[in-house]
Design a protein around this ligand. Structure first.
Ligand code: ARG
Length: 252
């Protein structure tokens, strides 16, 4: 029995991967999710998460690689070692904490409702959205919230990508979009061809849905790796790199 306990301890130690054991950390990411992660005109991945992730890796002294993965399978892909971490605007909440280990939050945007400027929707109460079609990205916390709160009165259209949701807003197959605010701002409000506006308040509550900001997700045993990213994040916040990246994507 003693030997077996010893073997179990040794196994745990050797499977706890630390960032210094990596030459490369592979990030799983779902695109497009502008301005967080998307492709520029040359097809290169860009966005707040991409720049910040690359800067964190540089600070730690490892290479980053980005592996594009649909949102719906993004946690399974981490568990099956398709990549080592998820940096994809993933909100930290209790449901997900049961499955993955999160870094400290690196940004904390609200969610918001977006409608065409000439929409008939007057408010986002249950009555206000009765019989309208709500668009969300499948498997997001916005999907969970809309399904639980409005599933009985409204139609919920779930899209594999935020881009498909935007296309359906443009063709009026969805009446109202529920999105992370920066993404609705970049893809709907800042859209030159259509007029959209936010309706209602910025949404940050209840916490069981809207969580505690966006975090990098790791496999649970990779505590040392997460800690290195937390320390690097603190350094980038102190030395101005974080602010530079922030201003590049969010200067108003
Ligand atoms: N923040 C939301 C969530 O965690 C949506 C994130 C979707 N991210 C993406 N890259 N598509 O549920």
């Amino acid at each position: 029995t003693l030997t077996m306990v010893g073997a179990a301890v040794a196994m745990t130690a050797s499977t706890t991967v630390q960032a210094r054991d990596y030459d490369t950390v592979r990030f799983g990411v779902d695109v497009p999710y502008e301005p967080m992660e998307y492709r520029d005109a040359d097809g290169e991945l860009t966005g707040f998460d991409i720049d910040l992730g690359n800067a964190l890796c540089e600070e730690i002294g490892i290479e980053c690689e980005w592996i594009v993965q649909g949102w719906d399978g993004i946690i399974p892909g981490l568990q099956s070692r398709k990549y080592d971490a998820i940096m994809s605007s993933m909100t930290i909440n209790d449901d997900r904490r049961e499955q993955v280990l999160f870094s400290d939050p690196y940004i904390t945007p609200p969610s918001a409702w977006f409608v065409p400027s000439d929409s008939e929707i007057e408010d986002v109460s249950e009555e206000g959205l009765e019989d309208f079609t709500i668009g969300v990205q499948r498997g997001t916390l916005q999907d969970n919230y809309a399904t639980d709160m409005y599933g009985d009165v409204a139609d919920i259209n779930r899209y594999d990508t935020a881009e498909d949701l935007v296309l359906d807003m443009e063709s009026e197959r969805a009446d109202i979009a529920f999105l992370d605010f920066p993404v609705g701002k970049a893809t709907l409000i800042d859209n030159d061809d259509y007029d959209y506006q936010v309706i209602g308040d910025m949404i940050t509550e209840p916490k069981e849905y809207f969580g505690d900001g966006f975090g990098i997700a790791f496999r649970k045993r990779d505590e040392a790796l997460a800690e290195q990213f937390n320390e690097a994040l603190e350094t980038l916040r102190e030395n101005g790199t974080y602010d530079e990246i922030y201003d590049k994507y969010f200067s108003m």
